[in-house]
Design a protein around this ligand. Structure first.
Ligand code: THU
Length: 130
Protein backbone atom coordinates (compact mmCIF):
# COMPACT_ATOMS: atom_id res chain seq x y z
CA UNK A 1 0.00 0.00 0.00
CA UNK A 2 1.68 3.20 -1.16
CA UNK A 3 1.04 6.67 0.22
CA UNK A 4 -0.68 7.61 -3.05
CA UNK A 5 -2.97 4.58 -2.84
CA UNK A 6 -3.85 5.43 0.74
CA UNK A 7 -4.60 9.03 -0.19
CA UNK A 8 -6.75 7.84 -3.12
CA UNK A 9 -8.80 5.76 -0.66
CA UNK A 10 -9.16 8.80 1.61
CA UNK A 11 -10.32 10.86 -1.35
CA UNK A 12 -12.79 8.17 -2.40
CA UNK A 13 -14.42 7.81 1.01
CA UNK A 14 -14.48 11.61 1.32
CA UNK A 15 -17.22 11.53 -1.32
CA UNK A 16 -19.41 9.61 1.12
CA UNK A 17 -19.15 12.28 3.84
CA UNK A 18 -22.43 13.30 5.46
CA UNK A 19 -21.82 17.00 6.00
CA UNK A 20 -24.98 19.01 5.20
CA UNK A 21 -24.10 21.60 7.87
CA UNK A 22 -20.50 22.44 7.02
CA UNK A 23 -20.34 21.18 3.42
CA UNK A 24 -16.75 20.34 4.29
CA UNK A 25 -16.03 16.79 3.21
CA UNK A 26 -13.21 14.87 4.87
CA UNK A 27 -11.99 11.33 4.24
CA UNK A 28 -9.38 9.33 6.10
CA UNK A 29 -7.69 6.04 5.26
CA UNK A 30 -5.30 4.30 7.60
CA UNK A 31 -2.99 1.33 7.37
CA UNK A 32 -2.78 -0.74 10.54
CA UNK A 33 -0.09 -3.03 11.93
CA UNK A 34 -1.72 -6.05 10.26
CA UNK A 35 -1.50 -4.50 6.81
CA UNK A 36 -5.23 -3.85 6.76
CA UNK A 37 -6.71 -0.58 5.54
CA UNK A 38 -9.64 1.17 7.22
CA UNK A 39 -11.49 4.20 5.96
CA UNK A 40 -13.86 6.75 7.42
CA UNK A 41 -15.56 10.02 6.56
CA UNK A 42 -17.07 12.80 8.62
CA UNK A 43 -20.65 12.22 9.78
CA UNK A 44 -22.39 15.36 10.99
CA UNK A 45 -25.53 15.75 13.08
CA UNK A 46 -28.19 18.44 13.54
CA UNK A 47 -26.96 18.62 17.14
CA UNK A 48 -23.57 19.86 15.96
CA UNK A 49 -21.27 18.55 18.71
CA UNK A 50 -22.47 15.01 17.98
CA UNK A 51 -20.72 14.89 14.62
CA UNK A 52 -17.81 12.54 13.98
CA UNK A 53 -14.60 13.45 12.19
CA UNK A 54 -13.27 11.28 9.38
CA UNK A 55 -10.24 10.22 11.40
CA UNK A 56 -12.49 9.18 14.30
CA UNK A 57 -14.57 7.03 11.95
CA UNK A 58 -11.48 5.36 10.46
CA UNK A 59 -10.05 4.63 13.91
CA UNK A 60 -13.37 3.10 15.02
CA UNK A 61 -13.30 0.85 11.93
CA UNK A 62 -9.73 -0.21 12.74
CA UNK A 63 -10.62 -1.16 16.31
CA UNK A 64 -13.73 -3.05 15.19
CA UNK A 65 -11.57 -5.03 12.76
CA UNK A 66 -9.00 -5.95 15.42
CA UNK A 67 -6.25 -3.46 14.60
CA UNK A 68 -4.45 -1.60 17.39
CA UNK A 69 -1.70 0.52 15.83
CA UNK A 70 -1.72 3.15 13.07
CA UNK A 71 1.20 2.78 10.68
CA UNK A 72 0.10 5.55 8.30
CA UNK A 73 -3.03 7.68 8.14
CA UNK A 74 -3.91 9.77 5.09
CA UNK A 75 -6.41 12.62 5.42
CA UNK A 76 -8.16 14.26 2.47
CA UNK A 77 -10.22 17.33 3.22
CA UNK A 78 -11.79 20.27 1.51
CA UNK A 79 -15.03 21.42 0.04
CA UNK A 80 -17.24 19.82 -2.55
CA UNK A 81 -14.94 20.22 -5.48
CA UNK A 82 -11.38 19.27 -4.63
CA UNK A 83 -8.99 17.99 -2.07
CA UNK A 84 -7.36 20.56 0.13
CA UNK A 85 -4.79 19.97 2.80
CA UNK A 86 -6.57 19.03 5.99
CA UNK A 87 -4.45 18.29 9.01
CA UNK A 88 -6.32 16.55 11.82
CA UNK A 89 -8.19 18.72 14.31
CA UNK A 90 -7.05 18.84 17.92
CA UNK A 91 -9.42 16.14 19.12
CA UNK A 92 -8.36 13.79 16.33
CA UNK A 93 -4.70 14.37 17.13
CA UNK A 94 -5.39 13.01 20.60
CA UNK A 95 -7.36 10.08 19.11
CA UNK A 96 -4.56 9.27 16.68
CA UNK A 97 -2.04 9.54 19.52
CA UNK A 98 -3.84 6.77 21.40
CA UNK A 99 -3.01 4.31 18.60
CA UNK A 100 0.24 5.81 17.31
CA UNK A 101 3.93 5.37 18.02
CA UNK A 102 6.95 7.47 17.06
CA UNK A 103 6.97 5.94 13.56
CA UNK A 104 3.31 6.63 12.77
CA UNK A 105 2.98 8.89 9.74
CA UNK A 106 0.15 11.36 9.16
CA UNK A 107 0.09 12.39 5.51
CA UNK A 108 -1.82 15.05 3.60
CA UNK A 109 -1.44 16.77 0.25
CA UNK A 110 -1.88 20.51 -0.17
CA UNK A 111 -3.46 22.54 -3.00
CA UNK A 112 -0.27 22.20 -5.06
CA UNK A 113 -0.29 18.42 -4.68
CA UNK A 114 2.71 18.62 -2.35
CA UNK A 115 3.01 15.94 0.31
CA UNK A 116 3.18 16.89 3.96
CA UNK A 117 4.18 14.15 6.36
CA UNK A 118 3.95 14.54 10.11
CA UNK A 119 4.63 12.41 13.13
CA UNK A 120 2.14 12.51 15.96
CA UNK A 121 4.78 14.34 18.00
CA UNK A 122 4.85 17.06 15.32
CA UNK A 123 1.09 17.46 15.63
CA UNK A 124 0.68 16.93 19.36
CA UNK A 125 3.85 17.68 21.30
CA UNK A 126 3.88 17.19 25.08
CA UNK A 127 0.77 15.09 24.68
CA UNK A 128 -1.45 13.80 27.46
CA UNK A 129 -1.23 10.16 28.43
CA UNK A 130 -2.07 8.24 31.56
N1 THU B 1 -13.42 17.40 10.20
C1 THU B 1 -12.88 16.14 10.09
O1 THU B 1 -13.57 15.20 9.68
N2 THU B 1 -11.59 15.96 10.41
C2 THU B 1 -10.75 16.96 10.86
O2 THU B 1 -9.63 16.70 11.24
C3 THU B 1 -11.21 18.34 10.81
C4 THU B 1 -12.67 18.53 10.70
C5 THU B 1 -14.83 17.59 9.87
C6 THU B 1 -15.72 17.88 11.05
C7 THU B 1 -16.86 18.60 10.39
O3 THU B 1 -17.79 17.63 9.90
C8 THU B 1 -16.23 19.30 9.21
O4 THU B 1 -14.98 18.69 9.01
C9 THU B 1 -16.03 20.79 9.41
O5 THU B 1 -15.36 21.06 10.57
Amino acid sequence: MTDDELLDLARAVREKAYCPYSNFRVGAALLDENGQVHVGCNVENAAYPQGNCAETSAIAAMIAAGGQRIVTIAVAGGGEARTRACTPCGGCRQRIYEFADENTRVIVKDDDDEWHTYTINDLLPSSFHL
